[in-house]
Design a protein around this ligand. Structure first.
Ligand code: XMP
Length: 327
């Protein structure tokens, strides 16, 4: 059956067997709900939308249409992974939209953090709605709503954006197959549906993506420096057994330059800030203290491999007073 709320007596899904039982029941419920009609899904590559996609591909195959919007602010390798996993391996009906230029053109010269966030969110809905209008016969919109989203919206902590803020004239029935699950349950279910561990156990990543880690007006070269340094940090954390252990880690490239020297010549380049934090509820966070060896290695790699960086700084500030992200 399709549950509207998490039953009070529902057993927490902690084992592969419990996940398989949930999947089997939900696949049947989805088939009953949807029949041979079509479902649209905005597939970001994040944990929740990926698990919803994997579930619906199993339930209704080609009648699920996934749209992956690349806003140009994704991490290195992310759009490629979405295409590889969903189109190539799971044979999903996937529309890939590279909207990088569109987003970066709109963001050019915009320095105010909240305005940047609004532009990214608004443009995302516009691109997604444009794609949806090109399709015929879509009756459902799938969403990766999870149980804490519902609880938080009921408690007035955060708005739960039903239908993703789509224009008024676009009316779809909602399909929310992981709506009664907690995050840890979503991850187990995702694994059992065959998603790569790197996808279901990945660290949180904000909707506005690298845009909030490129403070001030985003330029393509500084954004590239954020993306490359982030890729190095992730690679080194994985190699050093910190992946899956540290809650969140990333780099920020602020919009100022300082003097340096390379090969006997003066340089004038950006610093790269490394932030690695731990938390349980993201209301309060503590800093992960890295080993001296790892710090030295990260500094060496980033200054030698990332164009435009001549200095590496570490942000050892807890929250409060500093938020996790810079904007
Ligand atoms: P802050 O910066 O508020 O971040 O201390 C707390 C957590 O939330 C993530 N975050 C976001 N997640 N959309 C998201 O989906 C957003 O706009 C957003 N902003 C921050 C942040 O990465 C951290 O895990």
């Amino acid at each position: 059956m399709v549950y509207d709320r998490r039953p009070d007596d529902m057993v927490r899904i902690t084992t592969p067997e419990l996940a398989d039982a949930f999947i089997e029941e939900q696949l049947q419920a989805l088939r009953d709900q949807i029949g041979d009609r079509k479902v649209l899904l905005a597939l970001s590559g994040g944990v929740d939308s990926s698990v919803v996609a994997a579930m619906l591909i199993k339930a209704i195959g080609d009648n699920l249409v996934c749209v992956h919007v690349n806003h140009g602010l994704l991490r290195k390798g992310e759009p490629e992974q979405v295409i590889e996993v969903f189109r190539n391996q799971m044979k999903a009906n996937l529309i890939y939209v590279d909207a990088t230029d569109r987003f970066l053109d709109k963001l050019a010269g915009v320095t105010d953090p909240e305005t940047k966030r609004k532009i990214i969110g608004g443009e995302f809905i516009e691109v997604f709605a444009e794609e949806a209008r090109k399709l015929d016969g879509i009756e459902f919109l799938a969403q990766g709503t999870i149980w804490p989203d519902i609880l938080e919206s009921e408690a007035g902590i955060k708005a739960h954006h039903n239908a993703g803020g789509l224009p008024e004239d676009m009316k779809f029935e909602l399909v929310e197959p992981v709506k009664i699950l907690f995050k840890d349950e979503v991850r187990i279910v995702g694994e059992r549906l065959g998603l790569p561990a790197g996808m279901v156990y990945r660290q949180p990543f904000p909707g506005p993506g690298l845009g909030v880690r490129c403070p001030g007006a985003i330029t393509r070269d500084r954004l590239e420096a954020v993306r490359e340094s982030d890729a190095i940090l992730r690679e080194e954390f994985a190699k050093n057994g910190l992946e899956g252990k540290v809650w969140q880690y990333f780099t920020v490239v602020p919009d100022f330059k300082s003097t340096g020297v390379k090969d006997g010549k003066r340089t004038f380049d950006w610093p790269c800030i490394i932030r690695a934090i731990n938390t349980t509820d993201v209301m309060e966070v503590t800093v992960e203290h890295l080993s001296d060896e790892l710090i030295d290695h990260l500094v060496k790699r980033i200054i030698s491999e990332v164009p435009g960086i001549n200095r590496v700084l570490f942000d050892y500030t807890p929250k409060p007073p500093a938020t996790v992200e810079y904007e």
